[in-house]
Design a protein around this ligand. Sequence first.
Ligand code: S3P
Length: 398
Amino acid sequence: MSNFIVFKNKIKKFNKAITVSGDKSISIRWVLFSSLAKGVSSAKNLLLSEDVVAAINIIKKLGIKTKLKNNQCRIFGNGIDGYKYRKNIVIDAKNSGTLGRLILGLLINTPFPIKLIGDKSLSKRDFKRVSDPLSKFGAKFKLNNKKYLPLKIWGSPNLKPINFFENKGSAQCKSSVIFGSMRTNGTTFIKAKKSRNHTELLYKFLGLPIKIKNKRTYDEIKVSKINLIKPLNYTIPADLSSSAFFIVLTALSKNSELVIKNVNINPTRIGIIKILKKMGIIIRNKNKRIYKGEVIADLKIKSSKSIKSINCPVKLNSSAIDEFLIIFLVAAKAKGISYFKNLSELNQKESPRLKWGEYILKEMGVKTITTKDSIKIYGNPNLKIDKKIIIKNYLKDH
Ligand code: S3P
């Protein structure tokens, strides 16, 4: 029974300050950048989730020494060409799309084939979206059923820069190509639909060759070969995705207030805050500051007496992509019908999230109309749940 969490009683009103664990996107990127730095990098508050531990295990397989104690980690990088490529290396990205897709960008120069595997959920996800552009650099791939893991990558000593149009709003695809460009002579051009920009911010902070022009819906990015990455000491800020559950808990509770400390509120991640504010929920930033290019703040959330429905602007989709399920719960308690559209990427995640959203809301007695890429949620401010609902985590998803 240990896999079950049972909520029986209503939560009493609260007024508290909490911290949540470190940002997953930045934790994985810190591991990967540090693995190619020259010298010792250290991180505090590293997220110790399975995904990040998988990242550490992969770089160890590639010959990089690491030391992990609680959530502090040191990585002893040997420079940009410091991976020890050997015959028959198998690396395991476990459940992590970010890790699986980003690491491939760094491996396009491997002289021996490397096999990438993942868990059941990751093995159902599209890897062609990164193998296609990485092939243009000159690497070769063999994918399971032309699209999936396990895959094999063969690197090339003659890599060429590429032009890449990223039109899904996927930071994983964008970052994988940025990483690929590190290993090629010449300049790679990326036109990318807006998505989280932690890779670009780390490039800038580390003084690596990147030029970015921000257009209204796209970014134009120019990147070129890297010779040296300096060690990177980083205190990982709290993850807005983990905070999302407590934000929504507070919003839907009565007479409560919550402060969540040191949260990463990078503008490319705050879709949930913008959406909830439009729905009438009070969220304020305190102690806003810049840390290594990222924006950090304490978030103060108040319970809401009345929640408005929303016709969610499509331009917020990418910046709320990991938070939609929890946002749907707010829509379930809103006055009126909420509409979320152009969400085909939601079913490309660790689990088919749009399908799950529909299923969970239905179990709660909430009417929805769902298509393959949209959901209408008929909100009910007086929604009461009077039966036991079991949500099986049949595919792992954060
Ligand atoms: C991530 C990008 C997003 C997100 C994932 C983390 C990242 O995926 O869903 O949890 O760290 O780059 P996509 O880039 O595929 O949308």
